[in-house]
Write a protein that binds this ligand. Structure first.
Ligand SMILES: *[C@@H]1O[C@H](CO)[C@@H](O)[C@H](O)[C@H]1NC(C)=O
Ligand SMILES: *[C@@H]1O[C@H](CO)[C@@H](O)[C@H](O)[C@H]1NC(C)=O
Ligand SMILES: *[C@@H]1O[C@H](CO)[C@@H](O)[C@H](O)[C@H]1NC(C)=O
Length: 462
């Protein structure tokens, strides 16, 4: 090395200077090697890991065990680089940004995954989703399947929920590398019941079970008072505020907005990214079909397996029995055609390469597919809160403003549980009819904004 040969030699301090330099260099080298070795956990989920039929915890037990068997040193070493307060939320609870009607405050980037910014530069699409505390366990499987950047908007009302949320985030980030690395979190709080205590560093008990995300959450949430739970039932969850918050914290051009219990198919992020590389359509929405899945099965590896399940009655289009308009326009009859070996694009079903299967030709009001689009699409109108008219009104506005909906194959998403029509709780019906009234105003505004009425919605307007 050239440094050792510095001019040297005669005076003693020169010798010590040289050794300091050598030490510093070798230190840097070792640190570098150490950092490199952190990437030894594979990004692609090995098939074996999801060879599972469990219901809600879908055998995370196996997953965690396998990781430990294969890579013991990675798992332990991997915890070290986290600084002690890496898990505490970055926000001042007395600040925040108000919505248009001053009923919620939001906080951006309260917790940022260690690779979120890097992933946002390499991927073209970010998955945006939102959740209240009690549903957050669903994020685990989503994050295992989606290898790109993710933006998750969280909701917390009052100090009890806020504390459970913080503890559970520590658990999620401790147990799941996918969440620790890829997710950026944002937060929304209601004006009526804001958390008052500033975020803190929470310690977890020594023994935590990384294989039980749902049970762990339920245990934490069991300490929430019934007064608080009842307050939540009486007050709406601001779905559209949350969607906008999640969307706008994504840093990529394209956003895939889902609900937290919608699970992407394997390799969806990589395959989509490749598809979008050649996309230059500003007003295209790429629809990714959603199936509901029997909870006794494992998540299907690919479209072929999904269709096999569907033929056995173990999977079917999302909401088919509950509310068929939800995805009817996607046209599953068309979408199924490429499974036949004689189909022109059957090869894509085998390789997993994404292509446009067909265009949506019979758009109808109340259609609400999950889609990928450039995030210049209309925002979600925040007057719609709680159940009903939240997502489909945004899709409706896209349609009025001239978006084309194109259905992709062979990718899909899954939702656990075959849904049957149940009687709805009274609060849900109340929220729905409140939103129906809002819709009367909304549709007139949309008409005034674009001067188009392709679905003849203004015919009966008063
Ligand atoms: C689809 O998944 C099934 C079940 O795991 C597997 O046997 C098959 O080889 C997969 N097909 C393709 C084309 O990858
Ligand atoms: C994921 O998709 C990409 C792009 O279509 C493909 O090249 C790759 O082989 C796929 N990986 C897996 C594990 O299926
Ligand atoms: C679905 O596609 C078939 C075949 O192309 C077509 O005949 C039918 O009208 C379509 N249905 C809907 C709801 O788009």
């Amino acid at each position: 090395m050239p440094y050792t040969a510095i001019n040297l030699g005669c005076r003693p301090w020169n010798l010590s200077l040289t050794s300091v330099i050598i030490l510093a260099l070798s230190n840097m080298l070792l640190t570098f090697l150490l950092l490199q070795s952190e990437t030894c956990v594979p990004e692609i989920i090995p098939r074996k890991m999801v060879e599972v039929s469990a219901v809600t915890e879908w055998n995370l037990g196996n997953l965690v065990k396998q990781q430990q068997e294969q890579l013991p040193e990675c798992i332990t070493q991997d915890y070290q680089p986290m600084s002690p307060d890496a898990n505490s939320l970055r926000l001042d609870i007395k600040l925040g940004r108000w919505d248009a009607r001053r009923i919620f405050r939001t906080f951006d980037s309260v917790l940022v995954g260690s690779k979120f910014t890097e992933l946002s530069q390499t991927y073209r699409v970010c998955l945006a989703t939102q959740s209240s505390v009690e549903k957050l366990h669903s994020l685990v499987q989503v994050a295992l399947h989606w290898t790109g950047p993710m933006s998750v908007a969280l909701y917390a009302a009052g100090d009890e929920e806020f504390e459970v949320l913080q503890r559970y985030l520590v658990y999620l980030r401790r147990c799941y590398e996918s969440i620790r690395e890829r997710v950026i979190f944002s937060l929304a709080v209601p004006r009526m019941r804001p958390p008052k205590k500033q975020p803190r560093v929470f310690e977890l008990p020594d023994i935590i079970d990384c294989a039980k995300p749902e049970a762990t959450l339920n245990e934490l949430a069991s300490h929430i008072s019934s007064e608080q739970t009842n307050w939540r039932i009486r007050n709406v969850y601001p779905q559209n505020h949350m969607r906008n918050l999640a969307r706008k914290n994504c840093q990529t051009d394209y956003v895939f907005l889902t609900d937290v219990d919608i699970v992407p198919s394997f390799n969806l992020s990589v395959a989509l990214d490749e598809f979008l590389r050649s996309d230059n359509c500003d007003k295209c929405a790429y629809v990714i079909p959603t199936y509901e899945l029997d909870t006794r099965m494992r998540f299907p590896q690919n479209k072929t397996e999904l269709i096999r399940l569907a033929r056995k009655g173990l999977a079917r289009p999302f909401h088919q029995k509950v509310f068929i308009h939800n995805q009817f326009a996607t046209n599953f009859t068309r979408w199924l055609q490429d499974v036949s070996p004689t189909h022109k694009y059957h090869e894509n079903v085998k390789t997993g390469k994404v292509y446009v299967s067909h265009d949506v030709t019979n758009f109808e009001f109340l259609y609400e597919p999950f889609y990928v689009a450039k995030d210049i699409a209309p925002s979600h109108d925040e007057r719609f809160m709680g159940y009903g008219y939240t997502r489909n009104t945004q899709v409706y506005e896209m349609y009025v403003t001239g978006y084309q909906f194109k259905v992709l194959s062979p990718v899909f998403t899954g939702h656990w549980g075959l849904q049957t029509r149940k009687s709805r709780p009274a609060w849900r019906e109340r929220q729905n009819s409140a939103n129906r009234k809002q819709f009367e105003t909304f549709k007139k505004e949309v008409f005034a904004r674009y001067m188009r009425d392709p679905l003849k919605m203004m015919k009966n307007a008063n």
